[in-house]
Design a protein around this ligand. Structure first.
Ligand code: AMP
Length: 345
């Protein structure tokens, strides 16, 4: 089968524009599964060949939708919105090819599995704290799932934890303290490192880096300390956008090593391993050491910065190479080599 026999499909949100633009640039057919309320946005872009509209996100797994994806011989590219709307069981049951390794998405969603994969990859990892009674230094308290940082708060002892947990409960964001995950807070510069691993070439590529612009935590610094102390401000880490980062060149070697170590470990823990795009998320501490607090086992929205390529992809490719286009190129390569099974699950 040739390139035109396949369609690259994704859900209308997160990084859909970049993904489908990249697929079109590589000469592939594109399909968007889109909620009705978002149609007017996506209809503006002529690189989307076909739109399948659904009433709401619960229809994504419907027979009608999966049937259309199958008819069009689609490869579905998972992103943050897909995994926010579907649980791991639902994703694993999707019966069409999904780009990358869908089994590893469960390891992203489950905090304990996530911590295990990071630790076994020999990354320096921000410690998880089992109980509110064990909180000693500064901690960040997170909600489970890909909530985009909404509702996260900082605690420094049991009392500050309980007070803020109660607020989230009152706001119906959690049903109880068991919905919260406590992690050691790492002071430094947050950075999100975007990688792509090809199971065909067996090469890892650093495709870019970003930091998130989060509300309202990134607004707190605009208020003088006196007002911060007196106004009892509530904080949150709601992602609004992304800001590019270029790393000091002396940090690049360890970035590649961390990516490689993660890929190698994932091959044993979650076969066939971390194929395709992924992101290591952490903080460079004051010694310049990267302490990882999360990973995403699929494309992250920070790659939207680099639709025309990044300072890193430009070193490897003589043409603009977004993460979306890199994915499409992998699909093309797999079609040529008759290896679609290797890049999908
Ligand atoms: P996450 O949803 O885990 O990616 O985190 C959202 C935001 O919280 C990040 O962009 C960071 O600003 C911050 N953050 C998360 N975990 C930590 C941590 N362990 N130490 C310091 N900041 C963190």
């Amino acid at each position: 089968m040739g390139t035109l026999d396949y369609t690259v499909a994704t859900l209308g949100s997160h990084c859909a524009l970049q993904l489908l633009k990249g697929a079109k640039d590589e000469g592939l057919r594109t399909l968007l599964v889109c909620e009705k309320k978002r149609l007017s946005l996506y209809k503006r872009f002529n690189f989307i060949d076909d739109i399948f509209s659904v009433d709401d996100t619960s229809d994504i797994a419907s027979d009608r939708c999966i049937g259309r994806l199958r008819e069009t011989n689609s490869i579905l590219i998972p992103h943050g919105t897909l995994i926010a709307y579907m649980n791991s069981d639902q994703i694993e049951r999707i019966n069409i090819p999904i780009f990358g390794n869908k089994w590893i998405l469960r390891w992203e969603a489950d905090r304990d599995l996530k911590q295990k994969l990071m630790e076994e990859s020999h990354l320096s990892v921000s410690k998880s704290i089992d109980s509110k009674n064990d909180i000693q230094g500064l901690c960040i308290v997170k909600l489970h799932g890909a909530a985009g940082g909404r509702g996260y708060f900082i605690a420094w002892n049991r009392e500050s934890f309980e007070r803020q947990a109660l607020r989230l409960k009152d706001q119906k964001m959690i049903s109880g303290e068991q919905d919260l995950f406590i992690q050691e807070y790492v002071l430094g510069v947050p950075a999100f490192l975007h990688f792509f691993y090809s199971p065909i070439t067996k090469e890892i590529e650093l495709m870019g880096a970003d930091r998130r612009y989060e509300s309202n935590v990134d607004g707190l610094g605009r208020i003088p300390a006196r007002e911060q102390l007196s106004a009892e401000l509530e904080m949150s880490y709601n992602v609004v956008g992304n800001i590019p980062i270029v790393l000091r060149e002396s940090l690049l070697l360890s970035a590649y090593e961390m990516g490689e170590s993660f890929v190698n470990t994932s091959k044993n823990l979650v076969p066939p391993g971390m194929n395709g795009p992924f992101c290591l998320e952490g903080v460079y501490d004051r010694e310049g050491k990267f302490v990882t607090f999360e990973f995403s086992a699929r494309i992250v929205a920070g790659t939207n910065l680099y639709v025309s390529g990044s300072p890193y992809s430009d070193l490897v490719y003589d043409e603009p190479m977004s993460m979306g286009r890199r994915i499409a190129r992998e699909v093309k390569l797999a079609i040529e080599k008759n290896m679609i099974d290797k890049i999908t699950s």
